[in-house]
Design a protein around this ligand. Structure first.
Ligand SMILES: O=C(O)CCC(=O)C(=O)O
Ligand SMILES: [Fe+2]
Ligand SMILES: [Zn+2]
Length: 687
């Protein structure tokens, strides 16, 4: 045997356990990069490395990564694709890459509050699938350096925060002060006949004159809202009420930059960096149709601009400071007749937003009213359409049901259309639901069902071997009621009995995997139709990624954000901005047989096509049992027809919240908990 081979073998056998672990993880990372990102790595040293876990998506800042890699040689470029859990570094010479590989692979790096372990692999070329470049929403203009440093200081000093008057509100998420007219957050409108004694501060005049001269506006604004956001604060996505203000809205950013997110109702999202001293002008579509909001977080992703690492250097994290915005608007005295009736409160009856969104309840009585209007009534109204979109039992729920011994008594509390009642024929199953229309559907399918509220199920204590509660508890609007729902499940269980609970998750992206709910949005943009809607979409789990799971993008400690007490309306198939929200349901009724066939949405047997998607439906048929109410409205859809829109209340759970809720119930233990396609799930066992 040749000497070198022996030495190599010795080297191999000398490899420590730690080294082997690193190697294994690095290989796993390479595999994941190939599988999920199409990035192929090579074992041959090159000048470029992909740094798994070194991405902006891991919370690693460009500065920290640059400092870590730059010590091994001249860095030619550092590419950090937005949101991704990896970055690419290219050295001027291969030697730099070799050294970095040897020294950094498997090493921990602390970046801000995040600690990550890097896994490095060589790549032949630095490529990543470019995110589609999206332009500004139509009608949106950003004018950088619109005010000077002196003007900025003057304007900031003009706001007297100490003065406490009617127009000054210490909102939960930011400080607000109004001039000219008070903006009321209870009805999202202004009292037009009650101007405030103080008009706009004089310091604003030169700025507004300049706006006139530059043709940005053609009439002087008469209302000013000053918002002050500390780091970590934001404003929920909203459209400024059409009937309150005229078309052009100006927003001047002072003190610090922030990223404002614009969203189109079709799900497109455009982050817009607002540098300090810039002026944002919202007109037309960007003012009337797109929502704008600032996600409450402490860091923003902004374009990086270090000349030393190349101009195409991607994005970096920018720490938020205190931003003060001056939003100038002109009060509207005539109803709005914009071209966007689907978002226009003046063109009532066609808006996807409930006329007056409810507030989060503060007592039991309010909670029952909210749930009555925004859960029970909605399910009754949408029952048959809802049922047609709920056909595929979830694999993990089926696995739980199949694991129960034959002859077990199972109750499905909140059984919906009964899709789990027949999964394991060896069980004795009974279902209940608050919606009599859904119970009726189950009964027609031959299941044992009854109408019942999940908070008091008319079954004997300790009468069941198992319970399931799938996508139910998130419809309770207070913590006490969510807790009571878990207690009721536990009461039904025999000692040793098990309960499986699923609730919709705030985190729709977990372990770097988007849930089916989010992914379907992408599909719809590619012209594909999706399967089930909200929490009920299903897909088998992909192998978990080896990357660390750090959600720097979301500072969710204070995520129960609403439009000043009002629940915000969620944009379907987008990430959540708030934990308590209203989720629109676009009702699609059944067409006549002839229409069904020609529509191509149903199979020839008249059964729902699994690709049917409620949120993209374009049917104009009303459900016979749907009555007009605050929770529903009509929504204009492309093509000109309109569908009734209902709003369901949800409390989406943050990671750990479901377990925490369950641990408040005595006499049980949490056996397992997991994330399944955008849901948090637990299996409980009664002691
Ligand atoms: O802070 C901003 O720039 C926007 C404020 C805003 O959207 C509002 O007050 O309606
Ligand atoms: Fe606004
Ligand atoms: Zn309008």
């Amino acid at each position: 045997m040749d000497c070198d081979v022996v030495n190599n073998m010795n080297a191999a056998t000398r490899r420590t356990k730690g080294d082997k672990k690193v190697l294994k993880k690095q290989q796993k990372a390479s595999h994941t990069l190939l599988k999920h990102e199409g990035i192929s790595t090579t074992s041959q040293p090159t000048k470029s490395l992909v740094v798994a876990n070194g991405g902006l998506g891991n919370g690693v800042s460009r500065e920290d990564l640059f400092a870590a890699v730059n010590q091994f040689g001249d860095v030619e470029s550092l590419l950090m694709p937005p949101q991704k859990p990896y970055a690419f570094v290219t050295y001027r010479f291969e030697d730099g890459a070799r050294k970095a590989h040897a020294q950094l692979n498997g090493k921990k790096l602390q970046s801000g509050e995040n600690s990550v372990t890097f896994y490095l692999s060589y790549v032949d070329s630095v490529k990543h699938r470019e995110e589609a470049l999206v332009g500004f929403p139509e009608g949106l203009t950003l004018v950088e350096d619109f005010v000077s440093l002196e003007e900025e200081a003057l304007l900031l000093a003009a706001v007297d925060w100490s003065m406490s008057n009617e127009a000054q509100k210490a909102l939960k998420h930011r400080r607000v002060k109004h001039y000219g007219f008070e903006f009321r957050y209870d009805n999202n409108n202004v009292d037009k006949d009650k101007p405030l004694p103080a008009g706009l501060p004089d310091e604003c005049l030169p700025v507004l004159q300049r706006c006139l001269q530059d043709g940005l506006i053609n009439v002087l604004p008469d209302q000013l809202t000053v918002n002050q956001y500390e780091s970590g604060q934001g404003i929920p996505p909203h459209v400024d009420t059409h009937s309150a203000f005229e078309d052009t809205i100006l927003s001047l950013s002072l003190g610090a930059k922030a990223v404002m997110e614009f969203r189109h109702p079709d799900g497109r999202a455009v982050p817009v960096v607002l540098p300090e001293r810039s002026l944002l002008v919202m007109k037309g579509e960007s003012r009337y149709l797109w929502t704008h909001g600032i996600t409450p977080r402490k860091f923003d992703l902004v374009p990086a601009c270090e000349p030393d690492v190349g101009s195409n250097s991607g994005l970096t994290l920018s720490k938020r400071g205190t931003r003060t915005s001056f939003t100038f608007r002109k009060i509207r005295y005539e109803p709005c007749c914009c071209a966007f009736p689907s978002a226009c409160d003046s063109q009532e009856g066609t808006s996807p937003y409930p006329p007056s969104p409810p507030s989060l309840p503060c007592c039991h009585a309010d909670a029952t009213l909210l749930e009555e209007e925004y859960v029970h009534r909605v399910y009754d109204a949408i029952a048959s359409h809802f049922s047609r979109t709920r056909h595929t039992p979830w694999p993990h729920v089926c696995r739980f049901l199949s694991s129960l011994p034959p002859g077990s008594v199972l109750v499905d509390v909140g059984c919906g259309n009964g899709k789990y009642l027949g999964v394991n024929p060896q069980l004795i199953t009974v279902g209940c639901d608050r919606s009599s229309a859904l119970v009726q559907i189950c009964a027609e399918r031959g299941f044992q069902v009854f109408v019942s509220d999940a908070l008091s199920v008319p079954l004997r204590t300790a009468s069941c071997d198992a319970c399931i509660s799938i996508a139910v508890i998130h419809h309770f609007s207070t913590l006490e009621r969510r807790l009571a729902a878990v207690r009721e499940l536990v009461r039904l269980l025999k000692p040793g009995g098990q309960a499986l609970i699923y609730v919709w998750a705030y985190e729709q992206e977990y372990n770097k995997q988007k849930s089916k709910y989010l992914k379907d949005h992408d599909k719809q943009h590619n012209g594909e139709k999706s399967k089930d809607t909200p929490e009920e979409s299903q897909e088998s789990h992909e192998e978990p990624s080896v990357f660390t799971t750090c959600h720097v993008e979301r500072d969710v400690k204070d995520a129960s954000e609403m439009t000043e007490g009002r629940l915000s309306v969620h944009t379907n198939r987008t990430a959540f901005n708030s934990q308590d929200l209203l989720v629109p349901w676009h009702l699609k009724g059944r067409k006549t047989h002839g229409e069904e066939e020609s529509s191509g949405r149903f199979s020839s047997r008249g059964e729902p096509n699994p690709d049917l998607d409620s949120s993209m439906s374009s049917d104009t048929t009303h459900s016979p049992d749907s009555k007009p109410s605050p929770s529903d409205n009509m929504c204009q859809i492309p093509g000109g027809s309109s569908v009734p829109v209902f709003h369901r209340y949800y409390h989406v759970f943050q990671q750990g919240e479901l377990e925490q809720l369950c641990t408040q119930v005595t006499g049980i233990k949490v056996q397992t908990s997991y994330h399944d396609q955008g849901n948090w799930c637990v299996v409980l066992q009664k002691e």
